[in-house]
Design a protein around this ligand. Structure first.
Ligand code: ATP
Length: 478
């Protein structure tokens, strides 16, 4: 659990109070399942998405990215199986009377969050896709996942970017689901964003990448069925012992966990869980989820499904287009298999980083220990007192740094108060213009996590800040 034991409602209140996130249409009482990101939340979310994109797309030679339409061709969803299969079971709770959703295989097996039983008599199928009018008499769907745009554009990207198998195509963007019971703040929304990748291989192709050597709780189908509980082991060990059968699965689960770790998350709060047979989605032959220990229980952050050639085959059938690729070596034409589909919810990842960062220091002061890459504001610049000789230099530094970083200039209240205000919103560095600045053109830079201060030259500030944010240098080495 997190060090602050904050409930999800308390986290929502904190996010609203500090200017991160609020209900959409708050002044009209809100709109269930829809959220607005404010001046800090929008920066945080953009930083998170950029970091995922850098890690999974930009820094790799085998992955390209796309940005598909949100309102999408109805045939896409017929081919994908969503029109026929993408529904939950609507039920009401016998105790609290609130509506709830269960997956088809869970009917009669799971209870409401309040502990009450669901009334099986009220069960009905509930379609999750939003349909919208187009023009005078047409219609389309708001996409319920970003994955299908990757499949429909597969051939154009594969050939256009001259890709070679194995390779991936990724996308970040909005998805929409008419969730029966949006709840737990950002965890279950009706409008959310996904960061998804389809990783294509030649059928049977082995993973050429090394499985990351990291330890995590592994919860196999067998351990769930025998109530044995998850076991801590390395991903390499889990693969060697055939718990994670495919090398690709172990590799991509590792990449997902490494990304969280690279942004400061502690893997103690994560586990990987295998779907049991009855739980598998209609297209999937094996799926592992990355889960996080939220205050409301272990919940899915990311599903990694093995979809084989299900989607490309379906789109070939429905569009009558040839989506096969040509293998130079064997001179064969074939449909690549999707061996892994890492699919993350941006909102769920954002909640994880908020929980990992939220901590309470001396005298109950909140410190949001966000990784500098994620922090919405990178540095706050203060003149030590409100006097023109200090203010002029502070304003000049602010203007220079602002061109490259999201920094703020703050001169109101005591310096202590200004530090506290910035600690609470996760600003990693505070720069103070003081008496010495006037003599030797240096400023102090304070580290949020340790409150330690160092003195640096004004002319070097831009480069130092850049390296501190990127993690190229450590504060203690300044
Ligand atoms: P759940 O079982 O929680 O409804 P799912 O298995 O239907 O999720 P997927 O279809 O696998 O979810 O979607 C991939 C990812 O997208 C999820 O792991 C999650 O991070 C995110 N996601 C899905 N639905 C929502 C939602 N309603 N709100 C926020 N994020 C979501």
């Amino acid at each position: 659990m997190t060090n602050a034991n904050l409930t999800i409602d308390e986290m929502a209140t904190f996010c609203k109070r500090k200017g991160f996130i609020t209900k959409t249409g708050e002044i009209y009482g809100g709109f269930a399942g829809f959220w607005d990101y404010l001046f800090l939340g929008s920066e945080l979310k953009n930083n998170l998405k950029k970091s995922w994109w850098d890690f999974h797309v930009r820094h790799r030679a085998d992955v390209e990215g796309i940005d598909g339409a949100i309102i999408t061709h109805p045939e896409v969803w017929k081919a994908s199986g969503h029109v026929d299969n993408f529904s939950d079971v609507f039920v009401t709770c016998k105790k609290c009377k609130k509506p709830g959703k269960v997956d088809k295989n869970e009917l009669g097996k799971v209870n409401c969050d309040c502990g009450g039983e669901y009334d099986v008599q009220t069960a009905k199928d509930f379609e999750l896709m939003f349909k919208t009018n187009i023009g005078e008499d047409g219609f389309g769907y708001l996409r319920p996942e970003t994955a299908q745009m990757i499949f429909t554009n597969f051939k154009a990207v594969f050939e256009g970017a001259r890709m070679k198998l194995p390779c991936g195509i990724a996308q970040i963007g909005k998805s929409f689901r008419n969730e029966i019971a949006p709840r737990n703040f950002l965890f279950r929304c009706r409008e959310f964003e996904q960061m998804e990748m389809e990783y294509f291989i030649k059928p049977g192709q082995k993973c050429p990448h090394e499985i990351p050597d990291i330890e995590v709780l592994v919860y196999s189908e067998k351990d769930q069925k025998t109530n044995e509980g998850p076991k801590k082991m390395s991903l390499k060990e889990a693969h060697k012992n055939k718990i994670i059968k495919k090398d690709w699965h172990a590799y991509w689960l590792g990449q997902g966990l490494l990304w969280f770790q690279s942004l400061g998350a502690k893997l103690d709060n994560f586990r990987i869980r295998q779907h049991y047979k009855e739980e598998l989605a209609h297209y999937s032959t094996d799926t592992w989820d990355i889960e996080y220990n939220f205050p409301f229980g272990w919940k899915e952050l990311q599903g990694i499904a093995d979809r084989e050639d299900y989607d490309l085959k379906q789109h070939e059938k429905f569009s009558k287009e040839n989506l096969k690729v040509f293998d130079e070596e064997t001179k064969e034409k074939f449909l690549p298999h999707v061996v892994c589909e890492p699919s993350f919810g941006v909102e769920r990842a954002l909640l994880v980083f908020l929980y990992e960062a939220y901590s309470v220091g001396e005298k109950g002061k909140i410190i949001l220990k966000l990784n500098p890459k994620l922090a919405p504001i990178k540095a706050a610049i203060f003149p030590i007192v409100k006097k023109p000789e200090f203010e002029n230099i502070a304003e000049e530094i602010f203007k220079k740094l602002k061109k490259k970083f999201n920094v703020i200039y703050d001169k109101s209240g005591s310096v202590g108060r200004r530090y506290a205000r910035n600690d609470e919103i996760g600003t990693p560095f505070c720069i103070t213009i003081d008496d010495e600045t006037l003599n030797n053109k240096t400023v102090t830079i304070r580290d949020r996590n340790t409150t330690e201060q160092k003195r640096v030259k004004i002319e070097a500030l831009r480069y130092i800040l850049d390296d501190l944010i990127d993690g190229e240098i450590k504060f203690e080495d300044l």
